[in-house]
Ligand binder design. Structure first.
Ligand SMILES: Nc1ncnc2c1ncn2[C@@H]1O[C@H](COP(=O)(O)OP(=O)(O)OP(=O)(O)O)[C@@H](O)[C@H]1O
Length: 867
């Protein structure tokens, strides 16, 4: 199947365009078929057409390439159509007619006079074998009515479809022309009758679609079937942006009708391209007079050429781009023109006699009565009249055709309604999602405020004595006042009174420690395993917060719980102990946590060699080195903590998860439960070593709901009976709970033993469980499915291709990619939580409600008052 011939034509810059923008053009010539185009945002597009006629191209070249093959075929009874399309003022009429249809200037003459000449030349050269006659009709579609330009009394010509002759204009004037001069004179008369107006874009703008129809009839001997080729030339009215054309009143109405019919043409082309690509589709030919008339030309029963006329000026880039895109779409329509066996009515001598008008009416009414009841017939009549479809049916086919019109228009309306509905649903979905995100963010910030409220005191008294009993104690409370700067540090729990002369508005900030020393596994690894073992987590790790190319070494799309806690304490993020790149500062602490670490010593199969005992030893080395440097007088105040920070600092632990989760690969639940005391003894030993070294503030995170980790659901949850009502693996969660119970008991024991210390147990398990159970209420969409992974729903997790990896699977390269919006997910990569989930968990921690003892009771009290 052939395609339509599609060409682009750029006219020279107009004097107005030159005045406004100089010689600037938005196209760059590549070759005779291709050019590059820059839109107003400087974005570049490359277009390829069957031919591109640049500013200096000649009218004769356009005719030779685009029209002359179609003209030759028309003489051989193959229908042809040539359409000029483009923005108002883009050169359609110039291409079609030239400066005027009667202009004889060989250089300037347009397609129409050349077509006339070509037709007569072809007829002449085949004179010996075949005689031809040419008839000419000319109509314009103005305000959705077809007007006969050769007989202005015919203002509403009806379009019909005949099985043998295709689309017909009922009763249109046909003028027989026997020479080019005669034809041109008739065309000139018709053109003079066209509706032409003036817009800001074009002083002589065509306000209608003008259609020239040449019927080339082969004259045949008696009793032979006659053949006719129809050649249609269409000079479309210009598509236009109403604001740009300055249209108002009647001109505005014209512009709207023009745009409507052009958009109907676009819809037909879209539907045809889907149809050409194999999809069955409703082609809305009947949605406008234009598309109905062009039905044969676009639907395949014609050789069709489209000339996309454009301005090269950057000021019209938007419109030109739309014209070019229209042409590109039309390029995908497949055509298969058929040789027409058009029977001339005059040649059809022996057919059955046509019914009289009255007989026709009776037949029609009978048909309608058979199909509908009387009221419906009346309704239909009104509908037809209203739609301008059928006013005076003279044959049963017309009724069918009119019914088809109504059906088609109804289908289109319904399709549009469905599309509108679909886009409204999409829009609503987007809005809904945005609202959900806002709600989630608000909830998270509420939780943080809750945290702040719970751990603070607001002192507020306009003047005079502020007397406030500090009944609830936070580790450090900053009370800030805007005007003055001084600092009082009170180091024990007490009742305090303060005399102030002026108005005071005292605000609090959340508690803080001077430094944090963190021990743990991947839940709080800020780059340790990567630094220690020399591998980097690939993107999209880190992308939500740390931005490419840095993935920050955190096994998360952004920040971890420890990061949020550091933030709340107004301390910088912790650097990994082994990270020596980029002058890391350890002034406010150091992070020994490494992904994959266990409490129990590492074995040959462990991911991390940095078990808890090793991390504690690393802390010893760290502290010893700091003290050594300080003793040498090298204080490095920006990089190293002072000695007292080791006593005042917070020792944080988040470890144990891997001891349990890893064990499930080789041990039974009972064996795992039995191993918990050993694991905790090892943990206790480590904490004691730190206490012996002077550590006094301990903050122990328990283990989260292991069974809810995507990785464990994928591996151990294939049998649904193993899952609990949250969809988490029951055994794993049970092990975590029993571990936590014993860890809690150990914390209490340590607290009793170390009466000069604070040992706080933080119940991460409860926070995470609540988050997963009420994921939707908490602003998440996916409780278990991983955001970054491979395999798609329900888990999007494949242990062979982890987040960010590309591998060959069954001969195909596949990548485990991140989801579009990680804040919808609780699980980042199937093992670790997303930044959004970590933020949620930390905000809950900061409420103090999940700690034992609650922050307010036993935390060492240090009040920092600034004002
Ligand atoms: N290739 C060309 N060479 C020289 N002048 C041209 C060319 N194309 C167009 N023009 C000039 O540009 C102006 C607008 O062209 P034209 O009237 O053909 O636009 P149009 O696309 O038919 O506009 P409308 O849709 O408003 O009728 C006219 O003055 C015309 O002479």
């Amino acid at each position: 199947m052939a395609s339509m011939t599609i060409c682009a034509r750029f006219r020279p810059l107009s004097s107005k365009e030159r005045r406004d923008h100089g010689d600037a053009v938005c196209i760059q010539h590549v070759d005779s078929e291709t050019f590059s185009f820059k839109d107003e945002k400087d974005e570049e597009f490359t277009f390829s057409f069957d031919k591109v006629f640049y500013e200096k191209s000649e009218q004769a070249q356009v005719y030779e390439f685009l029209a002359s093959p179609i003209v030759r075929d028309a003489v051989d009874a193959i229908n042809g159509t040539i359409v000029t399309y483009g923005q108002t003022g883009a050169g359609k009429t110039y291409s079609m007619e030239g400066p005027s249809i009667l202009v004889r200037d060989e250089q300037k003459r347009g397609l129409l006079p050349r077509v006339v000449e070509g037709l007569f030349d072809c007829i002449k050269s085949s004179e010996r074998t075949m005689k031809h006659s040419i008839k000419l009709s000319m109509v314009e579609i103005y305000m959705e009515r077809v007007r006969d330009l050769f007989d202005l009394a015919k203002v509403n010509i009806q379009i019909k479809e005949s099985k043998s002759q295709g689309i017909l204009l009922n009763g249109v004037t046909e003028i027989s022309v026997s020479s080019p001069a005669e034809a041109l004179q008739s065309l000139s008369n018709g053109i003079a009758n066209r509706a032409v107006g003036e817009t800001q874009m074009n002083v002589s703008s065509s306000r209608s679609h003008c259609i020239y129809i040449f019927t080339v009839q082969q004259e045949v001997k008696k009793d032979e079937r006659s053949k006719a080729g129809k050649l249609i030339l269409v000079d479309l009215a210009g598509s236009e942006k109403v604001e740009k054309t300055g249209a108002e009143g009647k001109v505005l109405e014209e512009a709207k009708t023009i745009n409507k019919s052009l958009s109907a043409l676009g819809n037909v082309i879209n539907a045809l391209t889907c149809w050409s690509s194999g999809k069955a589709n409703h082609i809305p030919f009947r949605d406008s007079k234009l598309t109905r008339i062009l039905q044969d030309s676009l639907g395949g029963n014609s050789r069709t050429a489209l000339l996309c006329c454009c301005s090269p000026s950057p000021s019209n880039a938007l419109e030109s781009l739309s014209t070019l895109r229209f042409g590109m779409r039309a390029k995908h329509i497949k055509m298969s023109p058929r040789l027409k066996g058009n029977e001339d009515k005059s040649a059809k001598k022996n057919g059955p006699p046509s019914p009289t008008k009255d007989e026709s009416c009776e037949i029609i009414l009978e048909m309608l009565r058979e199909r509908f009841d009387a009221e419906d017939v009346k309704l239909l009549e009104e509908l037809f009249t209203l739609s301008g479809i059928l006013f005076d049916p003279s044959s049963p086919e017309e009724v069918d055709s009119a019914l088809a019109d109504v059906t088609s228009q109804t289908i289109t309306l319904l399709q549009q309604a469905v599309e509108d509905l679909a886009s409204t649903v999409e829009e609503l979905k987007r809005e809904n999602k945005a609202l959900k995100n806002e709600l989630a963010a608000a909830k998270r910030s509420d939780a943080q405020s809750e945290a702040a409220e719970d751990t603070s005191i607001v002192l507020h008294k306009p003047s005079g004595i502020i007397s406030s009993v500090v009944s609830r104690v936070s580790p450090i409370i900053f009370i800030t006042r805007h005007y003055c700067h001084c600092s009082v540090e009170l180091s024990e729990k007490h009742v305090f009174e303060y005399w102030v002369q002026r108005d005071l508005e005292l605000k609090y900030e959340i508690f803080s420690y001077p430094a944090v020393f963190n021990f743990g596994d991947s839940n709080s690894d800020t780059g340790e395993l990567g630094a220690g073992l020399g591998f980097n987590l690939p993107l999209p790790y880190g992308q939500t917060y740390f931005k490419p190319p840095s993935s920050s070494g955190r096994p998360c799309d952004g920040r971890l719980i420890v990061d949020f806690l550091m933030d709340a304490m107004e301390l910088p993020f912790l650097n990994a102990y082994l990270d020596s790149v980029g002058l890391p500062s350890f002034k406010n602490g150091c992070n020994f946590a490494a992904a994959g670490s266990t409490i129990l010593p590492a074995t040959a199969t462990s991911i991390s060699p940095f078990s808890f005992g090793v991390q504690v030893s690393q802390f010893f080395r760290f502290k010893a080195k700091v003290l050594e440097l300080l003793a040498e007088g090298k204080s490095f105040p920006k990089y190293l903590p002072t000695e007292d920070f080791f006593a005042k600092g917070l020792y944080m632990f988040d470890i144990g998860q891997n001891d349990l989760a890893g064990a499930f690969y080789s041990k039974s639940l009972d064996e795992i439960l039995a191993s918990i005391p050993t694991i905790l003894t090892e943990f206790e030993t480590g904490v004691k070593r730190l206490y012996d070294q002077g550590g006094r503030n301990f903050w122990i995170h328990n283990t989260g709901p292991l069974g809810c980790l995507t990785q464990n659901v994928a591996k151990f949850g294939t049998d649904p009976s193993k899952l609990d009502e949250q969809g988490c693996v029951s055994d794993h969660n049970q092990a975590a709970k029993l571990f936590n119970l014993q860890l809690h008991a150990l914390t209490k024991k340590l607290q009793d033993q170390y009466s000069n210390s604070s040992v706080i147990y933080v119940d991460i398990f409860s926070i995470k469980s609540e988050l997963i159970s009420n994921y939707s209420k908490n602003g998440f969409e996916q409780p278990i499915m991983a955001c970054c992974g491979y395999g798609g729903p329900p888990l999007n997790y494949d242990s062979h291709i982890t987040c960010g990896q590309t591998k060959t699977l069954n001969g195909t390269n596949v990548t485990a990619k991140g989801c579009t919006d990680s804040s919808d997910y609780i699980s980042w990569d199937g093992i670790h939580y997303t930044e959004a989930a970590n933020q949620y968990v930390s905000s809950k921690i900061l409420t103090g409600k999940y700690s034992d003892p609650p922050f307010s009771d036993k935390m060492p009290f240090l009040l920092k008052l600034k004002f």
